[in-house]
Design a binder for this molecule. Structure first.
Ligand code: DAS
Length: 437
């Protein structure tokens, strides 16, 4: 009896042959097997000639190498928080499960130790969608501790779903950062042939070891093949694809650098260097864990109650349409609700910072072009002329509210603190995004 988890050789009526592990039956017409390469293939049951059970694949024991310190190499601390990069496929369920300890991950990638002395430890083993502000504080304190112990750089392995939020959060929370911090994830689990985990880690360790970069960044594949990785700006990056290995792209900014697996790199945009930061001293300015900031995405047929829901919050990001708009104009018998929306926006803006970002991936807010924008600005909503990403604005507002009095929050939301607001929008930023799809 063939059951999920069995290792099989499957032959089809048109004489094709596949070897792999049976995955749970989610489709009555097909049998799905996970191939050695890590990819899944579904074969119609009517096309199957025979299925032969093979001996279970013995998991190769992951050796844990003793770390020998080399004084001629830089020291990189790797802080593990979980995500696909530290996971493997559970062949019984077919799901990806959090699995590898730091030692196991290092045991899987011994090459990293030829580039730098690697200290690695587990901070948490979680999916990034479950993270909360307190996890940002744990990571920031762990980075400071490693820097104080003399690390030349820190890598944080992390899930990809909310990685951009964490990068922005650490960028704000680590005031006076004086070593590079790269956040690294993977879109394919480390146990699969197509995994991007090793190359992402290799490029990150190489960039820390070989460049003078000194800021928070993200390191993942540049293209869907294995040619290069990008070092991406912590406050200007989004995950743009659910599964591709080159899912991460910068918005209203260029990448910081391109790194090749052999250690070569090309700087692309200006960034903070170790020289700039030589006299800096890291101070962790944490998030207040109970701060309540929301993101409301404007949409047609919006209701005022969707805004009123946030009347007890501490701050609100409105991800508006176009140049920074939300439905506030009563123009006929169908738009009475819009007047209520305007009143709700005005009332919220009296109580808390309400900040406008755009649903457009690129470009900046301009609330002076259309009467809608002007009325919203007059109602007390801030954000005119900014080009902050919605996710970054959310993180920044929560961090400012955690560390500054409200009048300062309104002022600082409009100031560029960590590269989150560009002074002007550059054509090449938009074209980088489009030319590198
Ligand atoms: N669930 C995803 C996360 O932890 C897995 C991943 O993409 O790493 O962000």
């Amino acid at each position: 009896m063939i059951v999920p988890g069995n290792n099989v050789r499957l032959s089809t009526r048109d004489s094709r042959e596949f070897e792999g592990t049976i995955l749970p039956d989610t489709n009555n017409e097909k049998i799905v097997i996970k191939l050695q390469s890590g990819y899944n293939i579904g074969i119609k049951k009517t096309k199957i000639e025979s299925i032969k059970q093979l001996p279970k694949q013995m998991k190769k024991a992951i050796k844990k190498e003793k770390i020998k310190y080399n004084k001629n190499l830089p020291t990189v601390s790797i802080i593990h928080t979980g995500g696909t990069i530290a996971s493997e496929v559970d062949y019984d369920s077919g799901a990806v499960i959090a699995r590898f300890t730091p030692e196991e991950l290092m045991g899987m990638f011994p090459e990293l130790k030829k580039i730098a002395n690697i200290n690695s430890f587990l901070l948490s083993n979680m999916w990034s969608e479950d993270m909360r502000f307190s996890h940002y504080n744990l990571m920031a304190k762990a980075v400071k501790k490693e820097a104080d112990k003399g690390a030349d750089g820190v890598i944080i392995t992390h899930g990809t779903d909310t990685m951009a939020y964490t990068a922005a959060a650490l960028s704000f929370a680590l005031e006076g950062l004086n070593i590079p911090v790269l956040i690294v994830g993977a879109q394919r689990s480390s146990d699969r042939g197509s995994s991007d985990a090793f190359m992402n880690l290799l490029c990150a360790v190489n960039y820390i070891a070989k460049s003078n970069f000194c800021d928070v960044g993200i390191c993942l594949h540049e293209t869907s093949d294995d040619k290069s990785c990008l070092i991406l700006p912590a406050t200007k990056t989004k995950k743009t694809h659910t599964s591709r290995r080159d899912a991460f792209r910068p918005f209203n900014a260029e990448p910081i650098a391109r790194v090749y697996p052999d250690g070569r790199y090309e700087n692309i945009s200006k960034h903070a260097t170790r020289q700039d930061k030589k006299d800096s001293k890291i101070k962790v300015k944490p998030f207040r864990e109970n701060i309540k900031v929301a993101i409301l995405k404007a949409h047609p047929n919006l209701y005022a109650t969707e805004l009123d829901n946030y009347s007890k919050f501490d701050g609100l990001i409105i991800e508006g349409t176009g140049l920074g708009h939300i439905a506030i104009n009563e123009i006929d018998k169908h738009t009475g609700e819009n007047k209520k929306i305007y009143n709700s926006v005005k009332s919220l803006a009296k109580k808390m910072p309400v900040f406008m970002t755009s649903q457009c991936n690129n470009g900046r807010i301009n609330m002076n072009v259309y009467s809608t924008g002007r009325k919203i600005k007059e109602s007390g909503v801030i954000g005119d002329h900014n080009d902050m990403l919605t996710e970054t604005a959310f993180i920044k507002m929560a961090w400012l509210l955690s560390n500054y009095p409200k009048p300062m929050v309104h002022k600082l939301m409009m100031e560029n603190l960590r590269g989150e607001i560009s002074p002007r929008s550059l054509e090449k930023e938009f074209h980088f995004f489009n030319n590198n799809q």
